[in-house]
Design a protein around this ligand. Sequence first.
Ligand SMILES: Nc1nc2c(ncn2[C@@H]2O[C@H](COP(=O)(O)OP(=O)(O)O)[C@@H](O)[C@H]2O)c(=O)[nH]1
Ligand SMILES: [Mg+2]
Ligand SMILES: [Zn+2]
Length: 279
Amino acid sequence: MVGTVISKKYSTYSILSDGVIYNASIRGTLKFKGHVYVGDEVSFTDSNYIIESVFPRHSLLKRPEISNVDQIVLVFSLVEPDFSYFLAFKYLTYANYNEIPAVIVLSKSDKDDKQVGEIEEIFNKLNIPIYVTSSKTSEGIEEVKELLKGKKSVLVGQSGVGKSSLLNAINFNYDREVGEYSEALGRGKHKTKEVVLLPFIDGYIADTPGFSSLDLNLSKLEIAHYFPGFEKLYLSCFYSNCLHQKEKDCKILLAVKEGNIPSIAYENYLKLLSEGDKY
Ligand SMILES: Nc1nc2c(ncn2[C@@H]2O[C@H](COP(=O)(O)OP(=O)(O)O)[C@@H](O)[C@H]2O)c(=O)[nH]1
Ligand SMILES: [Mg+2]
Ligand SMILES: [Zn+2]
């Protein structure tokens, strides 16, 4: 049989196949010894449900650990926790590096939407779509559903931003556990424990545990290539290893000067670059 791995607990893999969930393992006769990720398309035996092989993956993310994702939905709350340009640019760099398209969903618009205009202006310039939502008032939920149709998407964001609430607003049958935002921790109390794929109109949406920090583990040069808005432009820089700081004939610096790359993006680039591994 063939199906999609929708979750994994210890060495048990839940596989959705033709509308039925099977609990499979890779133990037993061990025909197959490779790693199996949530998101994988697998074939498994129909007698005792043993995974025999994994179909080729078209993408593989390490954090959160999930395969075959078509798009990354970066969820940021406008407040609690506050929107962070730095984190947004960091996650977008991560998505670019993995060659997976990304969009930004702003949540909790019912609480505070003062910043929305500015955020939209900055990311529209970089061709990153922005969705403004509230799980309380349902603002933007229909648009997000349209975005998710027919694709395998993963929700990524700090804990407490409202990923699980967003899923419940999309379909209350998902019944995702919602964590409280903790003033003291400055984030949600971790509730979602593992990556889970939820079937959605001709596709899947993955809920993931929130993480408070993400180490990119990219070199400075990789950051210089994959930072949002830099992807094609850096190829025209005079030096092929240009880090877009003070180098001669740098097309990124020129774009910043001409206003085609927002200065806040560039400021965050320099900050991210200072965190980059040496190459
Ligand atoms: N006012 C408001 N609160 C929200 C919204 N979305 C989530 N929350 C609250 O934010 C906290 C964290 O939500 P949760 O969905 O567990 O976040 P997750 O950790 O990203 O899955 C909970 O207290 C939610 O009730 C929203 O759109 N508006
Ligand atoms: Mg959650
Ligand atoms: Zn440059």
